[in-house]
Design a protein around this ligand. Structure first.
Ligand code: ADP
Length: 538
């Protein structure tokens, strides 16, 4: 027997209309490329999204047309999120840090019709424009006064583009499974692959990922998303903020420790969201300048493992809870969160920190299991590790333009190796391609890195497995110093010696000025692995 309830479609335009009626006066603050702070409300933003949508209709944009953006976190980018998807067109966020060849591949593969670009990224587009086969025009996200000179003819100025348009629109209605946005994975192996989100998956994800026991967004939240809007829809935060009336504070192009710190202080930000590297910079800045982040209650850290030293620093220096999360582009992205629990009240801090280093428990909307190479389900007792498989309504079924399912028996293989304990806590052991196989036993590169950054002289650490005559593979540790304390090979090995198993100790420690990061800010291990592959064979 079927239920008798409405089959109301979950559309992004519905989120916008809800926000106009219920959260109209919520502020949106942006640090701007042109200089200074821009400030307006959800109501103002919605009006401009509608003007944009009308302007796109004048360009003959139709349902299913793909429109690219290459932009920082700012109010204009937000207008594109709602204006493009609201029409049934597809918002394709491009990552400006990608290599030119990847950008060409992605734009041509997606068949983007227009690109909306922030002025500082225009040279990236100029460099590849002659190879872009489907792009009809470039819109620069600025006003007339700040239009850059360019080798591209007929550049469109965003403010002129939307200026004369109506603030009214009747949004089209369509099936909630219609595509809403597109994001390509970084493609460390082979070409980048597109993940095509739907209105349904986007709305459901924003809803569950930000619920009470998850990211916990409310009208009292003042959040600063450093997680880029050009990657996985900024973890769904723009949609969720409109659902719940949470104030957003956008850093614009300024994500260094000092700029972020200033913005936190002036806007009284209480929630931060971003990848660990950004917070390392912020923590270094506050430490050097003896600043306490008074207003911040929680920092959501995801994208890479949150080291214990970071969890501890936020708690003990800033009285702020580190909410550790895990996910991936294919999952919209959130899968697990390590939320505060009543049991933590009675724990001593060290015990709690240990729990917080795990990636947490599945949010409602994501089911998880671990399996061995034969696909057999492994026990959830916190010790056995296996391939982490997921399923849920905001998890990919197939890649964009692929005819093959990306699933194994209905589950998606995350490419991560993990344990799950009896309480549901999942712990990433490694990426399946990064785990170090030493004499048939596995060493977690992530565990070693997280332990090494606890050394007071270490800013960042990276571990890769390299060939070894006797053990097949052994760990090599790369360190970037922070300049705060003495740090040499002996002191690092000495520091690790009572914290990891003896046979896990790296065979060598190499000091670098910086570590290579990929387009989404993650450590890029492929280059180091290649450059040092014979290091232990000499
Ligand atoms: P995103 O950049 O949104 O994190 P990607 O698809 O680029 O998404 O990368 C996803 C991968 O990043 C995961 O499969 C996992 O290996 C890694 N990752 C994400 N969050 C964490 C975390 N908290 N701890 C360890 N690894 C993480």
């Amino acid at each position: 027997m079927l239920g008798n309830m409405m089959n109301e479609q979950l559309l992004i335009s519905g989120v916008l209309e809800h926000a106009i009626k219920n959260n109209a006066n919520t502020e949106i603050v942006s640090n701007t490329i042109e200089g200074g702070i821009h400030r307006y409300t959800i109501k103002d933003s919605a009006k401009r999204s509608k003007k944009l949508a009308n302007a796109l209709l004048n360009l003959n944009i139709k349902e299913g047309d793909i429109i690219a953006t290459m932009a920082v976190n700012s109010y204009r980018h937000l207008e594109l999120y709602f204006g493009i998807s609201g029409l049934g067109a597809v918002l394709h966020t491009l990552n400006p840090r990608l290599f030119p060849d990847d950008i060409k591949y992605i734009v041509n593969h997606a068949e983007d019709k227009y690109i909306f670009v922030d002025a500082p990224f225009l040279p990236i587009i100029e460099n590849v424009i002659s190879d872009l086969k489907t792009v009809k025009g470039i819109v620069v996200l600025t006003d007339k006064e700040h239009m850059p000179s360019s080798s591209i003819k007929n550049l469109i100025c965003y403010e002129d583009f939307i200026d004369d348009e109506s603030e009214e629109i009747v949004w089209p209605e369509f099936d909630e499974n219609t595509a809403s946005s597109l994001c390509y994975t970084s493609g460390t192996t082979g070409n980048p692959k597109g993940v095509l989100y739907s209105h349904r998956s986007t709305v459901l994800h924003a809803w569950y990922a930000t619920a009470g026991n998850a990211m916990n967004l409310t009208s009292e939240t003042v959040l600063l998303p450093v997680v880029p809007m050009f990657h996985v829809n900024a973890w769904g935060i723009p949609y969720a903020s409109f659902m719940y009336g949470a104030k957003m504070v956008f850093p614009g192009p300024f994500t260094d420790g000092e700029s972020i710190c200033n913005l936190i202080t002036s806007e009284k930000v209480n929630q931060l969201m971003g990848v660990p590297t950004v917070w390392l910079d912020l923590l270094n800045y506050t430490e050097k300048n003896n600043i306490k982040l008074e207003s911040v209650n929680s920092v959501l850290v995801g994208g890479s493992a949150a080291p214990k030293a970071m969890i501890k620093a936020f708690q003990e220096k800033h009285d702020c809870f580190l909410l550790h999360g895990w996910g991936m582009t294919e999952m919209s992205p959130l899968g697990t969160l390590n939320s505060y629990t009543p049991e933590m009240d009675s724990m001593d801090l060290e015990e709690r920190y240990e729990i917080q280093t795990s990636q947490g428990r599945a949010v409602y909307g994501c089911s998880m299991k671990i399996v061995n190479d034969e696909g057999e389900v492994l026990p959830n007792e916190g010790k056995t590790f296996g391939r982490l498989m997921v399923k849920g309504p905001a998890i990919i079924e197939r890649y964009f333009k692929s005819n093959e399912t990306a699933l194994e028996d209905g589950w998606f293989d995350t490419g991560d190796v993990a344990t799950i304990d009896t309480h549901g806590y999942m712990r990433i052991v490694d990426r399946s391609k990064d785990v170090i196989k030493s004499g048939g036993e596995w060493i977690s590169s992530i565990d070693l890195e997280n332990t090494a950054v606890g050394h007071p002289g270490v800013a960042e650490a990276c571990v890769v497995g390299v060939a070894h005559a006797k053990w097949d593979e052994r760990p090599l540790l790369f360190i970037v110093k922070n300049g705060l304390e003495e740090c040499d090979k002996d002191s690092v090995l000495d520091y690790l010696s009572d914290k990891v198993a003896k046979w896990w100790l790296p065979d060598d420690v190499i000091f670098l000025d910086e570590l290579p990061h990929g387009a989404t800010g993650k450590l890029l291990k492929t280059g180091l692995r290649e450059d040092y592959k014979k290091h232990l064979m000499k």
